[in-house]
Design a protein around this ligand. Structure first.
Ligand code: SF4
Length: 209
């Protein structure tokens, strides 16, 4: 879990340094949570590091939402429009509590790298995006923090491979649900479980690599 904490610290410091150097002030803040309607992907290592910090209420919501998302994935994981449709469905992350991230200090890298300096109204799934600026992308989000997060993710993927011999990537709620209910340790077992659920591979499905 140390590697995960290290990656979080390195990303947060890197982003803070970038914002200070460029004089960029993100408009993200408490009560602003449209990005928590998104399809968040995490590695098993990150999800495992989050588990000990979940409250009983959060676990209960994951146990309810996880199977719902896995079933959705089994039906729609190969559909290119899936992620956009999911965002528009406004299904909040089960760790969102009264408009705030309930696991803020332990939230995944994917969440940490999503920042904007635009009007937060643009984050609403229904609203059209503004014309892109050079420091933006994807959409109106800040490009560099997004890339920094991706780089830290890739480091953690290597760490997971070094620890277990393979990497498991998947949607956060579904992955937490699988870990809470017992995901096998070995690669064959993991693949068999995901295959049986119909969520292995495809455009948005779980990856075992
Ligand atoms: S983990 Fe936190 S920041 Fe990430 S989507 Fe869930 S509520 Fe939002």
């Amino acid at each position: 879990m140390e590697a995960v904490e290290r990656a979080f610290r390195a990303l947060d410091e890197g982003i803070a340094d970038y914002l200070a150097r460029k004089g960029i002030r993100p408009s993200c803040g408490p009560g602003c949570f449209a990005c928590c309607y998104g399809w968040v992907t995490a590695s098993r290592l990150e999800a495992q590091a989050l588990l000990p910090h979940l409250t009983e209420a959060q676990k209960a919501r994951v146990l309810e939402e996880g199977p719902r998302r896995l079933a959705l994935l089994a039906r729609e994981k190969d559909d290119p429009g899936f992620s956009r449709r999911f965002f528009l469905s406004r299904s909040p992350c089960p760790l969102l509590e009264a408009g705030l991230c309930g696991v803020y200090a332990h939230r995944p890298l994917a969440c940490r790298g999503v920042l904007t300096d635009e009007d937060p109204a643009y984050c609403d799934p229904e609203n059209p995006h503004p014309a892109p600026k050079p420091h933006h992308g994807p959409g109106h989000f800040l490009r560099v923090p997004h890339r920094m997060a991706r780089r830290r993710m890739e480091e953690l993927w290597e760490e997971e491979r070094a620890q277990t011999g393979f990497l498991v990537l998947g949607e956060l709620s579904g992955l937490l649900y699988l870990l809470l209910t017992g995901l096998p340790e070995d690669r064959e077992g993991v693949e068999a479980r995901l295959e049986a659920l119909g969520v292995l591979g495809g455009r948005f499905g779980f990856q075992v690599v």
